[in-house]
Ligand binder design. Sequence first.
Ligand code: HEM
Length: 475
Amino acid sequence: MTELQSADKMPRSFSLPLIGNTIEVIVKQELFYLQQYQKHGNIFQVSFPAVMGYGKVACLVGPAANKLVLKDQADKLSSRIGNKALEPIVSNDLVLLQDGEEHRANRKLILPVFHHQVIAAYFDTIQDVVTETVTNWGTQSTINLNAEMRKLTLAIAVRTFLGSNKTEEIDRISNYYTTLINSLNGMIKWDVPFTLYGRGQAARRKIVEYVREIIQERITLGNINESKDVIGLLMSIVDEDGQKFTETQIINQAIGFLFAAHETTSSLMSWLMFELGNRPEWRHKLREEQQQVLGSEPLKLQHLRQLPQMSNVLKEGERLYPPASALSRAVVEDIEYAGYKIPAGWYVAVFPALTHQLPEIYREPDLFDPDRFSPPREEDKQQPFSLIGFGGGVHGCLGIEFANMEMKIILSTLLQHYDWTVNPTTAEISPVRRPFTMQNKLQATFVSLAQNPDFTDSKNLKTDTKKSFRDSASV
Ligand code: HEM
């Protein structure tokens, strides 16, 4: 039997005694991990200060490591401790911050919220929000892609999760929510009005108050079972012992879902729009596919299932720009990997962004090439856990179907009504995997297809858009 090496022997770069690699991570973000990977290969260690609640981290890259951490050894690892930085936002009632039996039981209990028939019922609502939101994009000179996508995906989430359909309410909750998310950057965790953290917590209390009012109103009116939004579903769930979620649990789960659904989808959508804006040939391909499937019919849910090219474009976005570039767990029982023993007390991290760049899995990984997911290539299917933008294993994303439907509705709507260019160009953001710091700088200029008679793409779609955008039933 070969003897295991201590994880302390894993390759590492220089780190400062008390603060470890903290400054490099703050400054370089995911680029830091890319550089460590380029220097040391697919196993290395980094460290963070114990005062911040972290310590030594074994960083593992590749499908085998992903499978081990996310699935095979998941019971020896804690997602709650690994993701404790999220606690001020989501609380331990979100399944992502639960472990073991508690996690299994609660994940099973909330599955009805993510059932595909339930998700399908959100189609019309999402389509309405998208149409209302993007209707004036062609009249603005340029938009900040990420800012607008954040507004759009938050409006969708507030409407479908909380059931709110008043613009003023959605705007108010969106503002509180943005303050809460921004507070994650606050270094001083004092709940007082003059800290970023304190303002975030004050905003959270406003959201809690708002959701509590919705719940109380429904209890008073006795119409719990009529509401098909996420709050309504959570209120109707009963476990084997006849117990329901408490009010606090429902509120915390709803806020957690907003968090899980919002930044992730807006980030991926921004990068997809960026890639497509730089690639007229792919916009053309997608419009052709749309034209073949829709003909002159309005977009319906069943059409979305017949758009393989668009599905591949989404997967390529997930591969190149996974919104969660690293997934972290705390080690609670020793685990082994590649001849190393990683002891309890350490942390372990796997990296969607790095796995997705491995040339042994993805041919020419820097290229935007959605065809890599079509048969016979199907590069993501050669080894399990090769594409993990939505995670995988026991904590795998519950909202994947919701997110894919939402992204397809947004893309289809924009492709039908607009053409667009983006700034900066792909050439200015190279190599592909560096650009997360660029996300807030992406700008897009939209031109309405109806106002562009020279546009040579599919003629029927162009004819359709001559109807008033808002009146058009086709989006
Ligand atoms: C493009 C959009 C999305 C991406 C890229 C994404 C990505 C992920 C990832 C990587 C995880 C696993 C985290 C980990 O293992 O540490 C996860 C978990 C989760 N996601 Fe998503 N997500 C997206 C959209 C959504 C949406 C729309 C929802 C709907 C509410 C959602 C709900 C969840 C939940 C509840 C979990 C935790 C599951 C568990 O712990 O058992 N996500 N997501």
